[in-house]
Design a protein around this ligand. Structure first.
Ligand SMILES: Cc1cc2nc3c(=O)[nH]c(=O)nc-3n(C[C@H](O)[C@H](O)[C@H](O)COP(=O)(O)OP(=O)(O)OC[C@H]3O[C@@H](n4cnc5c(N)ncnc54)[C@H](O)[C@@H]3O)c2cc1C
Length: 408
C-alpha cells in the first residue's frame, strides 16, 4: 500500500473540488495539494452539464433559489462569493463567458469542455497532483492529521476537503460513498431524494400524450389540495412521467408530501371565467363543425383529443354545437386544473441533483469547515442544499469550493 503526504487533500474532482484545489494552490504555491478522484479522470459531470454547454452560474442567484438545511449558509456564501466572483475566478484562469436569458451564464465557446479545460490547465500550472481511479474508502483523524484510505493507497493530510457530491447520476461519479464516510465521522445526513428529475405520474392518458411539449403552469399539491409549489414553463409529457424545467423545480418536494398530485394549467394567462366565455364563443363559431376541430388553433391537437375523448368521454364526430354549458365548464376546468396523481421518483440515475446531505447545522457557512471535525471541509452537493434548475447548483458548488479553498 503506497503512502502519500499532502498539506491539503481534496476528495472528489468535480465542480467544487477542482475549483477548491485551484483556489487553495493559488493562495500558497508551496503547499502540496492533491485531488483524489475515483473515476479515471476528473470533471466527468461538468462535461454533461447544460446539455454539454455548462450553465455555470446564474447572475440572478439568490437564497430563494436554494432549498435544504444549508439554505441560510447559502445566503452568506452568495454575499461573499456571488456569481460575479465565481466569474472573476474563471476569467482569471482564462475562461470567456456570456450571459443568456434569465441570467444564465455559459462559456463563450458553448462547450462545457472549456470549463473543465481551463480548470485542468490551472491545476497543472499550479502543480496540483490529480490521483484518478482512486476511490476513498474512509477518513480518520489522529491528532491533527487525517488518514485518507483509498483503493491501493493512503494519503496523510493536514486538511481534508470533501467534495464527493451526492448520489445523482452515479455513472458520472457521485455514488453517495462520500456521504457514508462523512456519516462515519459523526455527521448527520438528512434524507436523500433525487431532485431536478422527471416526476412519475399515474394517469391513463400518458401514453397518448407521450412526446408532447407545451407551455403551462404546474402546481404540486398535497392530499388536501394545498399548493406546495407552483412553476411556469415548458411541460414535457413522457410515457410515465412529466418533465421540463418547471417540473424539475418541484420534483424534490414530491417525496415530502402525502398523496402528492400535480395540477396542470394549460392557460395560466387566462382567468377561469374569461376562458369559459371564450369557449362559449368558440362553440357558437364552430357549431356546425365536429369536436375534432374544437381546439384547432387553440391547443396542441393531441392534447385536445385526449381532453375531449378520454377525459370527458366525448365522441369526436359529435357536432360542437351539441356541447352543453356543463361540458364547456368541464372543459375549462380540465384545461386549467388537470389533475395527475404522482409518485416519488427515487431514481437517482436520472436526477441532476441530490436533495439532502450533511446537515447545514454542522457546516460553518463562513468557511465551509465541519463543526464536527476540525480541519475537515465539506463543499458542493455533499451538503444539504439543492438549487433550482438554471445554473444555481454549479454556482453553489463553485462558491463553496472557492470559500473552502480560501479558508483551508
Ligand atoms: C446531466 C446533468 C446536467 C447538469 N447541468 C447543470 C447545469 O447546467 N448547471 C448547474 O448549475 N448544475 C447542473 N447540474 C448539477 C451540477 O452538475 C452539480 O450540482 C454539481 O456538479 C455538484 O458539484 P460537486 O462538486 O458537489 O459534485 P460532483 O460534480 O458530482 O463531483 C463529485 C466528484 O467526486 C467524486 N467522488 C465521489 N465519491 C468519491 C470517493 N469515494 N472517492 C473519490 N472521489 C469520489 C466523483 O467521481 C465526482 O467526480 C447538472 C447535473 C447533471 C447530472
Amino acid at each position: 500500500m503506497e503512502n502519500y503526504f499532502a498539506n491539503v487533500a481534496v476528495i472528489g474532482g468535480g465542480a467544487a473540488g477542482l475549483v477548491c484545489a485551484v483556489t487553495c494552490a493559488q493562495k500558497d504555491k508551496n503547499r502540496k495539494v492533491i485531488i483524489i478522484e475515483k473515476e479515471q479522470r476528473v470533471g466527468k459531470k461538468i462535461l454533461a452539464t447544460g446539455n454539454g454547454r455548462c450553465n455555470l452560474t446564474n447572475m440572478k442567484a439568490s437564497p430563494e433559489n436554494y432549498h435544504g438545511s444549508f439554505q441560510k449558509g447559502v445566503e452568506n456564501l452568495l454575499k461573499e462569493i456571488p456569481p460575479s466572483e465565481v466569474l472573476r475566478f474563471f476569467e482569471n484562469i482564462g475562461l470567456f463567458w456570456k450571459e443568456e436569458d434569465e441570467g444564465r451564464v455559459y462559456p463563450y465557446s458553448n462547450q462545457a469542455s472549456s470549463v473543465l479545460d481551463v480548470l485542468r490547465l490551472a491545476l497543472d500550472r499550479l502543480g496540483v497532483e490529480e490521483k484518478c481511479g482512486c476511490a476513498v474508502k474512509s477518513i480518520s483523524k489522529r491528532g491533527n492529521k487525517f488518514s485518507v484510505v483509498c483503493d491501493g493507497c493512503t494519503v496523510t493530510a493536514e486538511k481534508v476537503v470533501v467534495c464527493t457530491g451526492g448520489k445523482a447520476s452515479e455513472k458520472l461519479g457521485s455514488d453517495g460513498s462520500g456521504l457514508k464516510f462523512l456519516k462515519e465521522m459523526g455527521h448527520t445526513i438528512t434524507p436523500l431524494y433525487p431532485s431536478l428529475v422527471p416526476v412519475s405520474v399515474k394517469n391513463p392518458y400518458m401514453k397518448s400524450l407521450k412526446g408532447i411539449r407545451c407551455m403551462g403552469e404546474v402546481s404540486l399539491a398535497d392530499e388536501k389540495g394545498k399548493i406546495v409549489k407552483r412553476e411556469q414553463g415548458e411541460i414535457q409529457f413522457g410515457e410515465k412521467a412529466l418533465s421540463g424545467i418547471c417540473v424539475f423545480n418541484l420534483s424534490s418536494y414530491v417525496g415530502e408530501i402525502k398523496k402528492p398530485r400535480i395540477y396542470l394549467n394549460l392557460f395560466p394567462e387566462y382567468d377561469f371565467n374569461t376562458l369559459v366565455d371564450l369557449l362559449f364563443k368558440r362553440r357558437k363559431m364552430l357549431s356546425e363543425n365536429t369536436l375534432e376541430d374544437f381546439f384547432t388553433g387553440m391547443l396542441h391537437k393531441r392534447i385536445g383529443f385526449v381532453v375531449l375523448k378520454d377525459v370527458l368521454s366525448k365522441n369526436l364526430s359529435q357536432k360542437v354545437g351539441n356541447l352543453t354549458k356543463t361540458d364547456i365548464k368541464q372543459i375549462a376546468q380540465t384545461l386549467t386544473k388537470w389533475e395527475f396523481d404522482c409518485t416519488v421518483n427515487m431514481n437517482f440515475s436520472s436526477a441532476q441533483v441530490t436533495k439532502g446531505g450533511v446537515s447545514g447545522k454542522e457546516i460553518d457557512p463562513y468557511t465551509m469547515e465541519s463543526k464536527k471535525v476540525k480541519g475537515l471541509y465539506i463543499c458542493g452537493e455533499a451538503a444539504d442544499v439543492d438549487g433550482d434548475c438554471g445554473g444555481y447548483n454549479l454556482q453553489f458548488a463553485f462558491s463553496s469550493g472557492i470559500m473552502a479553498g480560501r479558508m483551508v
